[in-house]
Each structure stands twice: as C-alpha cells, then as structure tokens.
Design a binder for this molecule. Structure first.
Ligand code: FAD
Length: 469
C-alpha cells in the first residue's frame, strides 16, 4: 500500500520528518499539496508571498520527482473543504497512511482535526514536529505550563539542546526512477518575488553564505538596516523551505560547536532562532493569539484611535518621521523589512499614533514575503505592550533617536526617501527646518504627531488600565 505525504508549510525534502518517516517505512510514497486560495485571502497574506509559494512548490515538485515521488497539487477554496477533497482524492488513489508535519495556527489545527475525524477509519494518520527544534508543548515550567516570558523559555530550550542535541534528517533515498515534473500554477493575485530565488537549494546557499560570512559579526551589525548584517532567511523559514535544525547545523559547522551562552560567537543569532520557537510554542499554548486577541487580556480595554488618515500616512510612508517612512516604503516596494525597523514602525503605529496593533499586524501580513502568524503576532504584541513581554508598558521608542542610533548617516533613509537625498547627514532625521531654508519644505510631510505628547498619551492609555477612571 502507498503512503501519502501531505506537504504544508514544510516545502523541503531535507530534514522533513513526515517525508523521511513515510519513505523509511518501505512502501510506495506519493505526495500532495492542497492549495486554499480563499483561506490565503482570509488570512490576508501577501501576493508576493503567494508568488514565492508558487515557485517553491515548483522547486519541491522537481526535488520530489528526482526521488521518484509524484507531487499532486489540489485546489480547494478554504480549509473547510479540505477533509472532503482529501477523502475524494484518496478514493481514487488509495493509501494506507497519511504523514504530515504539525502547524501552529488555530485554523490549521482545526483543519487537521477535521481531517483526522473524516479519515480516521480509512487510514493511519501520523503527525510530526517539523517546524521547531523542540516540539510545541514539550518545554514547560515545573508546573507543566507554557512559559509566558522569553528568558526562562530560552534557558529551558538551551538546557534541552545541551541534553539531547537536535535531530537533522537526511534527504530520503530515491523511491524509484526520476519522474517528469508537472507545472505548478497557483490561482490568486501574485506579485513577483524574483529577488528571492526559490527552492531549498537557494535557501541552503543563503544559509551557507550567511553562516560563513556574517554569523560571527551578527551581534555587532544586526541592528543597522543600511548594512546586510542579518541572514534574510525569514522567507525560507516561513514556508519551511529550510528548517531550524539546518540553521543549527550551519552554526555548528561554522563554529565546530553550538554556542550555549551569551558572549559566545554565534549566540546572538541562535537566540533569534529561539525567539522564533518561543512565538510558535506560545501560539499553540494560547489559541487566543490566533484569534486576534491580546496575550494580556486586560489590554483588550485599551482605547485605540480610529484615525484613518494617520493610518494611511503610516502605510504609505508619509508620517514626517524619516526612519518610519523609509522603512514603510521599503516594505511596500520589496515585501521585506529589517527587524530593527519592524520594531520602530510597530512602536510608532501603536504608541505614537495610538492605532490598534491588529491593524499593523494585518498590514504587515498583506505585504511581507515572510509573513508568518506566530512571529508577526508576537512582534506586534511585543511592540504594542499587549504581549508576552517582561518590558514595562512605558517603553516607547523615540523614532528620531532610533533613526540617529541605527542609521546615523541616513544611508537607509536616503535609499528609500529620494526627496531627502540632498539633506546633510546631521539634519536627515529631522529634515524639516533644513528643507524650509532651501525652500524645499513641500517635498516632505511635516510630522503628523509630536512624539513627546504622543508618548505621554500612550503611557496614560496603559496607566488607565491599572487605575480605571
Ligand atoms: P535574522 O536576524 O537573520 O534571524 C534569523 C531567523 O530567526 C529569522 O529569519 C526568523 O525566522 C527568526 N527571527 C529573528 N528575529 C525574530 C523575532 N524577533 N521573532 C521571531 N522570529 C525571529 N518574522 C517573520 O519571520 N515573519 C513575520 O511576519 C514577522 N513579523 C514581525 C513583526 C514585527 C512587528 C516584528 C517586530 C518582528 C517580526 N518578525 C517576523 C521577526 C523579525 O523581524 C524577522 O524574522 C527578521 O527581521 C527576518 O530577517 P532575517 O531573516 O534576516 O532574520
């Protein structure tokens, strides 16, 4: 009998537990991907990510064909249709077992439960952990609960790594003669992702380049958006084109051993991978995070602003704060944004414009090539002060000093705001007076809010939660 591997956000043949286990069982293996264009739209995901998905599916089909495994791409509208689609397909192509890697979002988990209920009498269903080094739910406090802040989670994660190491699975052996490849064509709006070469080979090359050249300097350069100091692997990790175990293996290969504490070479980057896992474990432990709810329930009472003009100015990069505007225009044009900038613009939207983090989260999702519920939700709630974070609510980024610190010469700003190209470095973070003296004030908007006042308002919003009027 045949075994079926159901690919989802794990578009790779290397280090793929579901694929590996299905092939290890010694039966014929066939693969499926179920594309849900309506669900994609409901989740508000970006056209550029859809294009990247399409190319990565094509690359996966190629890799699988070389292993003698056919990939069928089915189309459904939403997850609701998936159990019946799968059942109908299985009637025509009988299989004895279904292999898949777990996903973290509540809609995906509900879909899987419905599939389980629909097919439990027909075939054996086996699920694996393919998106994290350690499975969701496996790292808990002594009382068995998920951690609510990062630092103790990271400590336990590292202790587990020390105790058990990580498991990296090879590409399975070929199952037969190479097959010819079908063309994958996804429906739905797409924006070209050509700047990001698709496929696990491209992901692996990027990982090797980063770990060989930039890993050791990451701690020093990672906060400067004008420099390529980070890995840019997020689009690949978001679709599962590469795995976190492969990232650990690359660190180990470069440094001969994994860094286990702050101060060791490579640790700062490893720590970011732990943040990724933290948010994924959180999403599973707290389903409300997938349902537009705040991690801190009391913050649901925050009185957000509904200023649509201010929101539009933020989206289009016209707030009059150069670092915010350059970051947003970069996002709009490329589908990607540097982490430091994500923190700055998210803080600006929530703490300077007092606009609900959910609006920013959704806008990011609609634009990002690496859009991914766990990290996006985690990042937004962290910035807004509603999330799993130990920082005090009165932490408010100053967009001007952030720009001065992390883009001192204004190189990043000038790249994305050509209207500020002539402004001297010393003036570029507050260019308005200089532009006025040159009679160029019309080129760039005046600040839409005064940061000092907006900060006090944000603090008052949070203080009111503790001490309601
Ligand atoms: P590197 O710095 O090289 O880090 C390596 C990998 O670690 C990343 O590719 C990513 O998978 C993971 N990672 C790094 N930082 C974080 C973090 N803070 N939280 C979770 N994972 C992290 N990341 C996404 O992948 N998708 C998102 O939709 C997303 N939305 C975000 C929204 C906000 C408001 C904020 C503040 C952060 C968000 N992040 C998101 C996290 C982070 O900004 C990106 O992962 C990072 O900028 C990607 O660049 P990189 O691949 O060069 O990362």
């Amino acid at each position: 009998m045949r075994h079926l591997v159901w690919f989802r956000a794990d578009l790779r043949v290397a280090d793929n537990p579901a694929l590996y286990e299905a092939t290890a069982a010694g039966c014929d293996v066939t693969a499926i991907y179920i594309d849900c264009v309506g669900q994609w739209q409901q989740h508000g995901r970006a056209p550029i990510q859809r294009d990247f998905l399409s190319h990565n599916l094509q690359a996966l089909a190629l890799q699988l064909a070389a292993l003698g495994i056919p990939l069928t791409v089915l189309s459904a509208d939403t997850f609701v249709e998936v159990p019946e689609q799968l059942a109908a397909w299985l009637e025509k192509h009988p299989c004895s077992a279904l292999y898949a890697n777990r996903e973290v979002g509540i809609d995906e988990r509900r879909r899987d439960k419905a599939v389980q209920q629909r097919l439990v009498d027909t075939l054996d269903i086996r699920v694996f952990n393919g998106d994290c080094v350690f499975n969701h739910g496996s790292l808990t406090t002594q009382s068995g609960d998920m951690y609510k802040v990062f630092t103790p989670f990271a400590k336990t994660w590292l202790a587990q790594l020390r105790a058990t190491g990580y498991r990296l699975l090879p590409v399975p052996d070929a199952q037969g003669q190479p097959l010819s490849v079908v063309e994958v064509e996804l429906e739905g709006t797409r924006v070209s992702s050509h700047a990001w070469p698709a496929g696990e080979r491209a992901g692996a090359e990027r990982l090797a380049l980063f770990s060989g050249q930039a890993l050791c300097d990451y701690g020093e350069y990672r906060d400067y958006p004008a420099i390529e100091g980070t890995s840019s692997l997020s689009p690949y990790l978001a679709l599962g084109v590469i795995s976190p175990n492969q990232c650990l293996a690359a660190i180990e290969q470069e440094l001969t051993q994994l860094p286990m504490s702050r101060g060791e070479a490579g640790f700062v980057w490893l720590n970011e991978l732990i943040w990724r896992e933290f948010y994924r474990h959180l999403l599973v432990a707290f389903p409300r995070l997938s349902m537009n709810r705040a991690f801190k329930p009391d913050t649901e009472a925050l009185q957000w602003s509904h200023d649509t003009a201010a929101f539009d100015a933020w989206c289009t990069g016209n707030t009059g704060y150069p670092i915010v505007d350059a970051a947003m225009r970069c996002l709009n044009q490329t589908g990607w944004m540097h982490n430091r900038l994500r923190m700055i613009v998210a803080s600006f939207l929530t703490k300077d414009l007092h606009i609900d983090w959910r609006q920013g989260e959704a806008y990011f999702m609609s634009r990002l090539i690496d859009g991914e519920l766990a990290a996006n939700n985690g990042g937004w709630q962290w910035a807004a002060g509603t999330g799993a974070d130990a920082a005090p609510y009165f932490r408010v980024f100053n967009p001007t000093t952030q720009g001065e610190r992390f883009d001192g010469n204004g190189d990043f700003i000038r790249r994305w705001l050509p209207e500020l190209a002539e402004v001297p470095a010393k003036k570029v973070h507050q260019p308005h007076d200089w532009l006025d003296t040159q009679q160029l004030g019309y080129l760039y908007p005046k600040p839409i809010v005064e940061h000092k006042r907006a900060r006090l308002h944000a603090i008052a919003m949070f203080a009111a939660l503790k001490d309601p009027p």
